[in-house]
Design a protein around this ligand. Structure first.
Ligand code: NAD
Ligand code: UGA
Length: 455
């Protein structure tokens, strides 16, 4: 049982909200406050409609909200009142100035450091939860401690949750990583954070390192995960050219315990708010240290991903006699992955944009993400949004499966085929369907990393 602690998290997003809800749930003796400058988000956290969809999250929030978990917009008050400050603000890729389109944009981070410096009257432990370039903790300590009367210890505790499985990942993570200085104050602060996690995480899963290793490990983890997807996607093109089947290859290769079977699902491409951003961040760090070959090595993970998305949509256009202008095309799934309503960097966006520029009439369907996709695409006149896939498919020439929603495996493809224009095309960007069955129904079936089945 850990001791009573007063914890605040700055940033009530996909990481800050769920992480703090679980910390509060598992540490009933601690008081946890989550603050954000976005009033709408805080209002949503205080309601029964949370700001985003995440399985099991509402139950946990409702259990602790108002008891030892609080959501507020009073950032400065929370900084002053609490001893441990987690920071989980967004760190997007910089879109201006030096490092444009590559480095992490640390402007929110810097604002918060100065705010803490201004408000704090007692010693604080600052914990980086956001994903950050190596040495950010060191820079923050310099901003905070220079000429200050109080002591700030900055630690790194990156988050590894994946969207859609956030609660499960937080309750049962593969590891918790805590980076700190090797000094006495560093060790003491680290033990405070270890104690919070020990409330539910076995000690052997809590890895402690120096701060730089912790910061770098987060970027490397995402780079390695994305690299597996890009590797199998590269092989999917080879499979299509040679008659091999990418799922058979992935199974055979992944059966080697040194390689492992996870993250080998070939797809239209990976999406999400972090893989591309974090790899770019790593590439930028390599370039800053004149490690150009290493930068190029990691950058190719992203290049491969663009190639795969473009290859997919080029296949659609060429299979449909090189013109989709004026033809109705259905996109099934616009979330960047299943079980989330998040469309940030979703492969559905470039696919849709290419088809819009080809003058196709798009109908976009998704169980959860339609509202976010509508905001993302703006309002081009040749796009409509229809939640029900059967309604979406009426009079369409093609269905494109972009998100791995499990329900797309069990749709009634005969029913879909019946309402479509013939020849009807099925482009399965996630290898979800029983392709033989769909071919027998009458579809021309194009899968990822498999020979096309064409009538
Ligand atoms: P997000 O955009 O959902 O949330 C960030 C929140 O920070 C926003 O609500 C924003 O209003 C708030 N914010 C920004 N500046 C602020 C300020 N000055 N004061 C108070 N609040 C402020 O971002 P996210 O997806 O939660 O990601 C946060 C960080 O965690 C990023 O560094 C990301 O790389 C990392 N991460 C994300 C995930 C994920 O699955 N989304 C997983 C692991 C790590
Ligand atoms: C990823 C990591 O998995 C988390 O550990 C990390 O904390 C997080 O990024 C982050 O730093 O933000 P997330 O982006 O939520 O999590 O989702 P993933 O499950 O990793 O999927 C990313 C993308 O890869 C999705 O578009 C998914 O469909 C795709 N993918 C995944 C494949 O195409 N094939 C696979 O085999 C696996």
């Amino acid at each position: 049982m850990s001791t009573q602690k007063k914890i605040v998290c700055i940033g009530a997003g996909y990481v800050g909200g769920p992480t703090m809800a679980v910390i509060a749930h598992k540490n009933p003796q601690c008081t946890v406050t989550v603050v954000d400058i976005n009033q709408e988000r805080i209002d949503a956290w205080n309601s029964d409609t949370l700001p985003f969809y995440e399985t099991g999250l509402l139950d946990i929030v409702k259990n602790v909200r108002g008891k030892n978990l609080f959501f507020s917009t009073k950032v400065e008050k929370a900084i002053a009142d609490n001893d441990i400050i987690f920071i989980a603000v967004n760190t997007p890729t910089k879109d201006y100035g030096v490092g444009k389109n590559m480095a992490a944009d640390l402007q929110h981070w810097e604002v918060i450091a100065r705010q803490i410096r201004k408000v704090a009257k007692t010693d604080k432990i600052i914990v980086e939860k956001s994903t950050l370039p190596v040495k950010t903790a060191e820079a923050m300590e310099t901003i905070l401690n220079t000429g200050s009367n109080v002591h700030f210890e900055v630690l790194s505790n990156p988050e590894f949750l994946a969207e859609g499985t956030a609660v499960r990942d937080l309750l049962n993570p593969d590891r918790v990583l805590i980076g700190s200085r090797e000094t006495d104050t560093g060790q003491k602060a680290r033990n405070e954070i270890v104690e919070i996690y020990k409330a539910w995480i076995p000690e052997e899963k809590i890895i402690t390192t120096n701060t730089f290793s912790s910061e770098l490990s987060k970027l490397v983890s995402n780079a390695f995960l994305a690299q597996r997807v890009s590797s199998i996607n590269a092989i999917s093109a080879v499979c299509e050219a040679t008659g091999a089947d990418v799922q058979e290859v992935a199974k055979a290769v992944g059966a080697d315990s040194r390689i492992g079977s996870k993250f080998l699902n070939a797809s239209v491409g990976f999406g999400g708010s972090c893989f591309r951003k974090d790899i770019l961040n790593l590439v930028y760090i390599c370039r800053m240290h004149n490690l150009y070959e290493i930068a190029t090595y990691f950058e190719n993970i992203i290049n491969m991903n663009f190639f795969q998305m473009q290859r997919f949509v080029d296949n659609v256009v060429s299979a449909m006699f090189n013109t989709v202008a004026g033809r109705k095309i259905c996109i099934f799934g616009c979330a960047f992955k299943a079980d989330t309503d998040d469309v940030r960097d979703s492969p559905a966006i470039p696919v849709a944009q290419t088809l819009i520029s080809e003058k196709a009439n798009l109908v976009i369907s998704d169980p959860k993400a339609i509202d976010n996709m509508q905001k993302e695409l703006g309002g081009p006149s040749n796009v409509t949004f229809v939640a029900d896939p059967y309604e979406a498919a009426i009079d369409s020439h093609a269905i494109l499966i972009i998100t791995e929603w499990p329900e797309y495996s069990s749709l009634n493809y005969q029913k879909l085929f019946d309402v479509m224009v013939k020849p009807a095309y099925l482009f399965d960007g996630r290898n979800m369907v029983d392709r033989k069955k769909c071919f027998d129904i009458g579809f021309n079936v194009y899968s990822i990393g498999k020979e096309a089945l064409i009538h």
